[in-house]
Write a protein that binds this ligand. Structure first.
Ligand code: COA
Length: 256
């Protein structure tokens, strides 16, 4: 495992920290390889992933020193695109905790998460056109879905970087909390997710990620499987029995 990706087992989730603070966690090939290795593990283990960065930065982009050396064939290989797509497609939710800079490829990695939490120092956006390239690892199609096409166009065409407050107002992050509290919130969300039915969570994620033309057939297929599951039977029975026990108790108390 790479030294620039720190991985910790936190019970309800796996915490992965981009850990190249001297380079503002710039995403180089080594980090991409480490993220693929982590995905391979999470595709089997099916755990919630919390992604964050060390040193007060999420990630200041793809590694510009490596980007400068890349040529047409490298662009077509989609080095970052494929990595972020694999993260997006992980079976269980991905929560990104965004402290400080989330720029360029760092922002695109954040856009690939299911849930984003910011800190007050967050600065998120895509300055790629200033470097003579496009934001080619997901921003052009994910950002409009996340913030609407008007703001996404402004961000991508002008390189506008959003503050934490702006990202919150745009719905790009769902909360802004101090760094420790942001990680705690991510852990709370992961614990909540762990208490739900993993099959239903994974089915929900698949339907959320499905293209428009797949609906509503995909929901019906996913629900058909879940309607036959033992876990659905167990959870619904538990709910109904709890209610009827509560009704019995209040009836008895009413008689007294
Ligand atoms: N790729 C490669 N190296 C990067 C990097 C990136 N995306 N972002 C930062 N670094 C490196 C710097 O080159 C510097 O390395 P050095 O100490 O060997 O010179 C180190 O990280 C610290 O960066 P520095 O600019 O001194 O830190 P800062 O706190 O003053 O500024 C940023 C932080 C994020 C504002 C600034 O580093 C920056 O603008 N980075 C590039 C952002 C960008 O354009 N990203 C899009 C890429 S697709």
């Amino acid at each position: 495992m790479s030294e620039s990706l720190r991985i910790e087992d936190r019970g309800s989730h796996v915490l992965a920290t981009l850990d190249r603070p001297e380079k503002r966690n710039a995403i180089d090939q080594d980090l991409v390889d480490a993220l693929h290795e982590l995905c391979a593990r999470l595709e089997v283990e099916r755990r919630t992933l919390v992604l964050t960065g060390s040193g007060g930065t999420f990630a200041a982009g793809a590694d510009i020193a490596q980007l400068r050396e890349r040529r047409a064939a490298d662009a077509r290989a989609g080095i970052n695109t494929r990595c972020f797509q694999r993260i997006r497609a992980l079976p269980m939710p991905v929560i990104a905790v965004l402290d400080g800079y989330a720029l360029g490829g760092g922002a695109e990695l954040a856009y690939a998460a299911d849930i984003r939490i910011g800190t007050p120092s967050l600065k998120i956006g895509n300055p790629e056109t200033g470097l003579g390239i496009i934001a080619g690892a997901g921003a052009t199609w994910r950002l409009p879905e996340l913030v609407g096409s008007a703001l996404a166009s402004e961000m991508l065409l002008t390189g506008r970087i959003l503050t934490a407050g702006e990202a919150l107002a745009a719905g790009l992050v769902t909360a802004v909390l101090e760094p420790v509290a942001a990680l705690d919130r991510a852990a709370e969300l992961a614990a909540r997710i762990a208490s739900l039915d993993p099959a239903a969570t994974q089915a929900t994620k698949r339907t959320l990620l499905a293209p428009p033309e797949a609906h509503p057939a995909i929901e019906l297929d996913e629900q058909a499987v879940l309607f036959e599951s033992e876990e659905k039977e167990r959870r619904m029975t538990e709910f109904l029995e709890r209610r009827s026990r509560r009704a019995d108790t209040s009836e008895r108390e009413g008689e007294r």
